[in-house]
Ligand binder design. Structure first.
Ligand code: MFK
Length: 565
C-alpha cells in the first residue's frame, strides 16, 4: 500500500485581496462604486469556486442528448438537458449576468457584469456561451424595442426571473461557411402573413434557446452579404415543441461538451424581421462585437482558474526536497502565466468599460474607435493566451495535469474553443484591418497610448516608459508603410500587427494602472513583465510570406487552385 498521497490543489475564489481582478476594479471604479459592487462580486466569487463549480462538473458528466423520436415513433427532436445545466442557466439569470448591462447602462455596469462573467465562466460548463449570445441579441433588440414582439423578447432576455428568462442562439454558420457569411443560403419566405425561414444552420449552440438571431435572404435579394437581412427566429411553440425546425444531430465536439450545439434544418421556422432589408450583416455585428468580448472574458476566467490551481499546487507539491514554487524555473513558469492572465484581463476590462460608455452614449469618438479597433485584437490575444496558459498549466502539473480526473485536461480541451468561437484569428485580423480603414485608423489608439505614457512621469518607471514610447513611435512609422501597401500585403501583416497591438496596449495600460493604484508586490512588477513581452513588428512583405513557405513550392502553390498538386 502506498504511504504517500499528494494533497490536491484547492479551488480558491478568484477575488482575494491581492487578485488582479480586485486591483483592476479598484482602478477602473470610483471608491464609492467599488464599495457598492464589492459585496456582490465577493459573494459570487465564493459561489463560483464552491457549489457552482461542482454543479458545472455534474453538467459535464451528464451532457445533452438528442432524442429524435418518442416511444410511438413520432418525431420530437427532444433535447434532454441535465438538471445541472438548467440550474446553471437559472443562476445566470438570477445573478443578472445579462441584465446587469441593461438595468443601468455605462462603464460601471459593464465592469460589474464582466467581473461576474470572469468568475462565472469556469464554473458554468459553458452556460457562458448562451449568456454571451443573449447579451448580443439583447443589445440588438434594445435598438428595435418599439416593435411589440421584439420588445417582449428583449424583456425576456434581460429578465432575472429564471421562469421568465430566455436565451438566444446565433444562427449564422451554414454548411457553406462559418466566417464567410456572404454565402448564406437560408431563405426567408412570406407564408400566411409571416416570415418563415428555410435552410440549414450547421453550428447552432445553446440549441434549447427560446429565440435565435439568424441571417437569411429575402425573395429577389442579391447574392453576397448585402443581400442578407437579420431575423429573430421563434423556433418553439408555447408548449416548448419545435416549430419549423428539425434537429439533424448534436455535434460531437473536442470540448464544451455540456453545451448542446446542433445541426438544424429550418423548414418554415417563424421569424420576425429586424432592421432594414440588406442590413443583416451590419446589424449582426452589433451582436458579434459583444459576444467577442464575452469570449475574451471567458478565456481569461478559464486561464485564471487554471493559474490559481497551479499556484496552490506549487505550494503543496514537493520535488527534489523543495516545494515546486521554490524552484526558479517553476516560479518563472508561474510568472509567465500570471503575466499572460493580467495582460488579457486588463485589456478586456478596458474594452468592457468602453462598451459601457458606448451603450450609455457617453463614449467619445476616440473611445468608439479604440473599442472598434481593439475588440478583434482582444479576441485574438485572449484566445491565444487561454490556450497557451492551459498548456503551461498542464506542464506545471506534470503527469497529473494530463489525467482526466484532475480536470486540467478538460480545461485544455475547452480552451481550444476560444480561437474558433465567434470568428477565428485570421478573420479577426482582417476585421482589425477593416477597422484601421483609412490612413488615420490607428491614430486614436496611438494618441491614447502617448497620453498615458506622458502621464506616467514617475522616475522609477523611466525604463518602461521609454521602451513603450519607442514601440509606439515605431508603430506609427510602420503603419504609415503598411497603409501604402497593396491589400494582399496588408493582409499578410495583419495577424502579427494584431499580436503586437494586443501586447503593447496592455503594457501601456498596466503602466497607467501602477501609477494610479498602489499595488501588491506581485502586480507592481507587471509593467516590466508586459513590456519585455511586446514583440517587435514591421509590415510583412509577400516575399517574406514566400520565404516562410517551402520556397520551391511557393510559385506553383500561388498559381494552383489545388495547393498540394
Ligand atoms: C462556445 C462553444 C462553441 C461551440 C462550437 C463553435 C463552433 C464554431 C461556431 C461558429 O461558427 S462561430 C463563427 C461565427 N461567425 C463569425 O464570427 C463570423 C466571422 N466573419 C466575420 O466576422 C466577417 O468579417 C463578417 C461576416 C462580419 C463580414 O463579412 P463581409 O460579408 O465581408 O462583410 P463586409 O461587407 O466587410 O461588411 C458589411 C458591413 O458590416 C460593413 O458596413 P457598411 O455596410 O456600412 O459598409 C462593415 O463595415 C460592417 N462590419 C463588418 N464587421 C464589423 C462591422 N461593423 C462593426 N463591427 C464589425 N466587427
Amino acid at each position: 500500500m502506498p504511504n504517500f498521497f499528494q494533497q490536491p490543489p484547492a479551488r480558491n475564489a478568484l477575488f482575494p485581496d491581492q487578485s488582479p481582478l480586485r486591483a483592476l476594479l479598484r482602478w477602473k471604479l470610483t471608491p464609492q462604486a467599488f464599495a457598492a459592487l464589492e459585496p456582490d462580486i465577493s459573494a459570487f466569487a465564493a459561489r463560483c469556486a464552491g457549489p457552482l463549480w461542482d454543479v458545472a462538473r455534474e453538467a459535464e458528466r451528464d451532457p445533452p442528448v438528442h432524442v429524435a423520436y418518442d416511444a410511438w415513433g413520432r418525431r420530437t427532436d427532444t433535447l434532454r438537458l441535465s438538471p445541472a445545466w438548467r440550474a446553471l442557466r437559472a443562476e445566470a439569470a438570477t445573478e443578472g449576468l445579462v441584465a446587469l448591462a441593461y438595468d443601468e447602462r455605462g462603464a460601471e455596469a459593464r465592469l460589474h457584469q464582466f467581473a461576474k462573467l470572469f468568475l462565472f465562466h469556469p464554473a458554468s460548463a459553458f452556460v457562458s456561451c448562451p449568456v454571451a449570445m443573449t447579451d448580443g441579441a439583447a443589445r440588438i433588440l434594445a435598438r428595435f424595442a418599439n416593435d411589440n414582439a421584439l420588445g417582449e423578447a428583449f424583456a425576456h432576455l434581460t429578465s432575472r426571473d429564471p421562469a421568465q428568462a430566455w436565451t438566444s442562439g446565433q444562427w449564422m454558420t451554414e454548411t457553406t461557411g462559418g466566417s464567410d457569411v456572404s454565402r448564406t443560403e437560408t431563405q426567408a419566405v412570406m407564408e400566411d402573413g409571416q416570415w418563415r425561414l428555410h435552410g440549414v444552420k450547421f453550428f447552432a449552440s445553446a440549441a434549447e434557446s427560446e429565440i435565435a438571431l439568424a441571417l437569411a435572404r429575402k425573395p429577389g435579394a442579391p447574392q453576397g452579404s448585402r443581400g442578407l437581412t437579420l431575423f429573430m427566429a421563434r423556433p418553439r411553440l408555447a408548449d416548448g415543441a419545435w416549430d419549423g425546425v428539425v434537429v439533424r444531430r448534436l455535434k460531437d465536439k473536442l470540448g464544451t461538451r455540456a453545451l448542446a450545439t446542433a445541426e438544424l434544418d429550418l423548414v418554415g421556422c417563424p421569424a420576425i424581421q429586424i432592421g432594414a432589408d440588406g442590413d443583416g450583416v451590419r446589424n449582426v455585428t452589433t451582436m458579434l462585437n459583444v459576444t467577442r468580448l464575452h469570449n475574451s472574458i471567458c478565456a481569461m476566467g478559464e486561464a485564471a482558474a487554471a493559474c490559481a490551481l497551479l499556484e496552490d499546487y506549487s505550494q503543496k507539491r514537493t520535488a527534489f526536497e523543495r516545494p515546486l514554487v521554490a524552484h526558479v524555473l517553476h516560479r518563472r513558469l508561474i510568472g509567465e502565466v500570471r503575466a499572460d492572465v493580467f495582460a488579457g484581463l486588463i485589456l478586456t476590462l478596458e474594452l468592457a468599460s468602453l462598451l459601457g460608455r458606448e451603450d450609455a452614449n457617453e463614449a467619445t469618438e476616440r473611445d468608439r474607435r479604440i473599442l472598434r479597433l481593439m475588440t478583434p485584437v482582444c479576441k485574438i490575444v485572449t484566445a491565444d493566451i487561454a490556450v497557451r496558459v492551459l498548456s503551461k498549466v498542464v506542464e506545471g502539473f506534470g503527469g497529473a495535469g494530463y489525467m482526466e480526473d484532475v480536470g486540467i485536461a478538460r480545461q485544455l480541451r475547452d480552451a481550444h474553443v476560444f480561437p474558433i468561437w465567434e470568428g477565428p484569428p485570421n478573420v479577426l485580423a482582417l476585421d482589425m484591418l477593416r477597422a484601421i480603414g483609412g490612413k488615420d485608423g490607428l491614430e486614436p489608439l496611438i494618441a491614447d497610448m502617448e497620453e498615458r505614457l506622458a502621464n506616467a512621469a514617475a522616475p522609477e518607471w523611466r525604463d518602461v516608459r521609454e521602451a513603450l514610447a519607442h514601440h509606439v513611435q515605431a508603430l506609427r512609422a510602420s503603419c504609415a508603410v503598411l497603409l501604402t501597401a497593396d491589400a494582399e500585403s496588408q493582409q499578410a501583416s495583419a495577424r502579427d500587427l494584431a499580436l503586437h497591438l494586443g501586447a503593447l496596449y496592455p503594457a501601456v495600460l498596466a503602466l497607467s494602472f501602477v501609477q494610479a493604484q498602489p499595488a501588491a508586490a506581485e502586480i507592481a512588477a507587471i509593467p516590466h513583465a508586459l513590456t519585455a513581452r511586446v514583440p517587435a513588428w514591421r509590415p510583412t512583405t509577400l516575399q517574406d510570406v514566400g520565404r516562410m513557405m517551402f520556397p520551391d513550392a511557393w510559385p506553383q502553390w500561388a498559381q494552383s487552385s489545388r495547393p498540394y498538386d
